[in-house]
Design a protein around this ligand. Structure first.
Ligand code: FES
Length: 165
């Protein structure tokens, strides 16, 4: 079941759509914020709220890479290593990032639970590679050192959230 706050947020969004089902992606984003990924119960909640079939909701979650079905780090770092980006050094960039975070070449989640790294296909920013999408934000024309600074900034942001600083 959606919490009161989630339902209020969804009600606001529903005002912009001619029919409930058009708001399914927005509804999934709202529910994903609970714990950074979507459980079967979460998908059922969305299906119920929008009077949809659970199978349709599950299919959408499976299709869009921004929806997660397993626990991930607080910051989900998706690096495009598709061919056009690979030609601009994205693979080396990706492997360096994994190394810096102590992750194996296939990516994964850091021990502190802060970062999950994965390779994705085209993020539609091919001319600005290496490019990464971190949660919903794009970081373009990245360098190894530039990414170190991004990681340091996110660590700082996260510790300030924890300490309230
Ligand atoms: S191929 Fe990487 S953003 Fe398009």
């Amino acid at each position: 079941m959606l919490s009161e706050a989630e339902q209020r947020e969804l009600d606001e969004i529903l005002k912009q759509y001619p029919d409930k089902q058009s708001a399914v992606l927005a509804a999934l984003y709202i529910v994903q914020r609970r714990q950074n990924y979507l459980t079967d119960d979460d998908m059922r909640d969305v299906a119920q709220a929008l009077e949809m079939n659970i199978t349709e909701v599950q299919a959408l979650v499976g299709f869009y890479t921004l929806f997660r079905k397993e626990p991930t780090g607080k910051y989900m770092i998706q690096v495009c290593t598709d061919l056009p980006c690979a030609l601009r050094g994205a693979e080396e960039f990706y492997h360096r990032l994994c190394e810096r975070l102590g992750l194996p070449p296939e990516g994964g989640t850091t021990e502190d639970g802060l970062f999950t790294v994965e390779q994705v296909v085209c993020l539609a920013a091919c001319d600005k590679a290496p490019v990464a999408q971190i949660n919903l934000e794009y970081y373009e024309n990245l360098t190894g050192e530039g990414m170190d600074a991004v990681i340091a900034g996110l660590r700082q942001e996260s510790s300030e959230e924890v300490t309230g600083g």
